[in-house]
Design a binder for this molecule. Sequence first.
Ligand code: DX5
Length: 226
Amino acid sequence: MNNRIVIEPSILSADLARLGEQVLQAEAAGIEALQIDVMDGHFVPNITFGTGIVKAVRPLVKALLDVHLMITNPEPYLEVFVNAGANRLIVHQETCPHIHRTMQAIRALGVEAGVAINPGTPVSVLDEVLDLADVIQIMTVNPGFGGQDFIFSQLEKIKQLRQLLQQRNLSTRIAVDGGITSTTAPLVANAGATILVAGSSIFNSEASVAKNLEYLQTSLADIMVH
Ligand code: DX5
């Protein structure tokens, strides 16, 4: 069971005019994974980037590239994102009427399978696919933009999911995404999250990427392993 708590920067808040520099700074600071937020302006009220950004970042870093597909009808795009260099694909349960088949399809592509649920979606919708997920991502903001406030009601959901996974003896990891700061990081870690996706607290400030990561890691110092 991989209980180590990792911080996973989301490039949504990076300075895209110098994205290469920023991901290299993150890798130099020791990150293991980067989250790439793909948004289609339909499932979420924002449009970001596609496979081009994955292709651009891939050769620069060894980090796991975790592509978060905030798009309607993601199935036709799974393979192209894997071919672009994704090591994990996270789809939203809300966009996948055949979520069981979609998770199988992601695994069949040889990458990690993740499923995300929005703040308004209960954990129970994942009952039949818990064993197919390497990662379950609890959105702690309503997806679409970085820099939003953490939704504290999701802490109970994280705890509930952790209990469920323990009951089923599953090693699926819990990721959280949205509003992760040095204040909320220990709360979600204590609730059972081991992958903390953070955008604006890593990239949107005067301090360096390395310094911002250090702040977050310090806030987790006494709960690094469950
Ligand atoms: C959905 C995005 C954001 C992003 C993290 O809106 O998925 O949650 O990754 O944004 P911050 O860390 O700035 O809340």
